[in-house]
Design a protein around this ligand. Structure first.
Ligand code: AMP
Ligand code: ZN
Length: 462
């Protein structure tokens, strides 16, 4: 399998640390608001990676964190904690906010048929591990204290900036952050002291005083706990490269003297109507909003598969409609197929040419648009439909389009539609074509399409 590693800026052959196993850490959601379609692209990408690893026979252990403390509004070390903003907005406790939005997030994962990770550790449940790592960094001489917290001194690491390819001094020159008491512009908070005037709901005792962890330390501490150092693959959106992941690498290297993960993979962003999604433009869509507009959430999954994860994906309603139509066409086609042949025990089956081509596409840095093209080649091929059913279901283990609910499964026709279909059969037998057309329109009004085939009428959902 070739995977694009942001660290080396090249596609590399995937070599696992332990033969046959793959440890994957995916930066998860900050549970202060509903996840939007951009966030969901990041999780769909991580799912596609894990599914492809499994398709190749790897035993995958995926860990995804839930950020419920420490992620500040401006992604730097200033501004309010996003969870505190949500508490004020909704008048609830931080715990209730986290529960509510984590629940909504898990529902979204289900709607998109994203395979659950093995674990979803929460930052607030791993404060001791984070403190321990900061203590190790302190022992190793990477920290300093300011009036508002304990900071990581990025000048102490000779290769700080290796992920984004920017040296620390270039980064400093490019960053417009207010340095405050920081020694270097790229230094970041490991532990922030609670303001003495206000009691925060989320604060903990530590050797440095009462406070809360910085955002980046949770991922270094929890990935170490659940996957070890180093582990195989780390995923996230491209916005994480320059700060969050750079800082994760610095922390783990400072504390453990090792690289945190061998492969760093990042998905490109979703834009909406060619621009950034933003609340002020009212174009921050959630999966539920797509459903409210009548779309199947898996049409969004199909839309994401149509673009390579490292390409920008411009979301428009028309593009979603196109994906929905393609998915409907696929589902309707496979309904008429024969069931796959029954195989006894471990009876081997010859890998089909299409399966091989599909694997080649996915194993070339998850080239899902090409893999989808192979699916349509298979659909249009002259192979027997029983064979096609078998192969398509194997490929759907990677695509995750729930095709097992459609292959060789006839649509249930509601009785009112059935009544019109029978009346239409009589009208056609009597050569009353005007009546037959009227009944076709009635059937369409109920959301079904009727086609006249040599062996009679075929009805399917629109
Ligand atoms: P957050 O909840 O802000 O920590 O983000 C969760 C994930 O979504 C991260 O991996 C981000 O990099 C990713 N992400 C945020 N916005 C977008 C977007 N517009 N398109 C794709 N991924 C995004
Ligand atoms: Zn992270």
């Amino acid at each position: 399998m070739l995977l694009y590693n942001t660290l080396s800026r090249s596609k590399e052959e995937f070599k696992p640390i332990v033969h046959g196993k793959a440890g994957v850490y995916s930066c998860g959601p900050t549970v202060y608001w509903f996840a939007h379609i951009g966030n969901m692209r990041a999780f769909l990408f991580a799912d596609l990676l894990c599914r492809t690893l499994r398709f190749n026979g790897y035993d995958v252990d995926q860990v995804m964190n839930i950020t419920d403390v420490g992620h500040l509004v401006d992604d730097g070390d200033e501004g309010e904690d996003k969870m505190i903003v949500a508490m004020k907005r909704e008048g609830k406790t931080a715990y209730d906010i986290a529960e509510f939005y984590a629940h909504a997030f898990f529902k979204d994962l289900e709607k998109l048929n994203i395979t659950p990770a093995s674990k979803y550790p929460r930052a607030t449940e791993h404060i001791a591990e984070q403190i321990e790592m900061i203590e190790q960094l302190e022992k190793n001489g990477f920290t300093y204290r300011t009036s508002d917290g304990i900071y990581f001194d990025t000048s102490k690491l000779s290769d700080y900036g290796r992920l984004s390819g920017q040296r620390a001094d270039e980064k400093q020159a490019g960053s417009r952050v207010d340095m405050g008491e920081k020694k270097n512009g790229t230094d970041f908070a490991l532990w922030k002291f609670s303001p003495s005037s206000v009691k925060r709901e989320m604060e903990w005792e530590s050797t440095w005083g009462v406070g809360f962890p910085g955002w980046h330390i949770e991922c270094s501490a929890m990935s170490k706990k659940y996957l070890g150092v180093p582990f195989d693959i780390h995923t996230g959106g491209i916005d994480h490269i320059a700060v969050h992941h750079e800082n994760e690498i610095a922390q783990t290297e400072g504390a453990e003297g090792k690289l945190e993960a061998n492969y760093w993979m990042h998905n490109e962003f979703i834009t909406v109507d060619g621009g950034k999604m933003s609340k002020s433009l009212g174009n921050v869509y959630t999966i539920d909003q797509l459903i409210e507009k009548g779309f199947d959430p898996l049409a969004f999954r199909y839309l994401c598969l149509q673009a390579h994860y490292r390409s920008k994906l411009n979301f428009t309603w028309e593009s979603l409609e196109g994906a929905q139509n393609a998915l409907n066409r696929l589902r309707n086609t496979v309904r008429d197929w024969e069931v796959p042949p029954l195989r006894l025990g471990n009876e081997a089956r010859e890998a089909s040419l299409y399966e091989q081509k599909f694997a080649d596409a996915m194993n070339d840095d998850l080239n899902s648009p090409e893999a989808l093209a192979v699916v349509w080649e298979l659909v249009d091929s002259s192979e027997s439909t029983a064979h096609k059913s078998e192969v398509l279901l194997a490929l759907d283990r990677v695509l995750g389009l729930h095709l097992e609910t459609c292959v060789a499964v006839q649509t249930e026709i509601p009785s009112d539609v059935q009544k019109f279909v029978e009346e239409r059969a009589r009208a056609r037998a009597e050569k009353n074509y005007a009546e037959s057309d009227r009944l076709r329109t009635e059937i369409e009004k109920l959301g079904f399409i009727v086609e006249d085939k040599p062996d009679g009428q075929k009805v399917r959902e629109m």
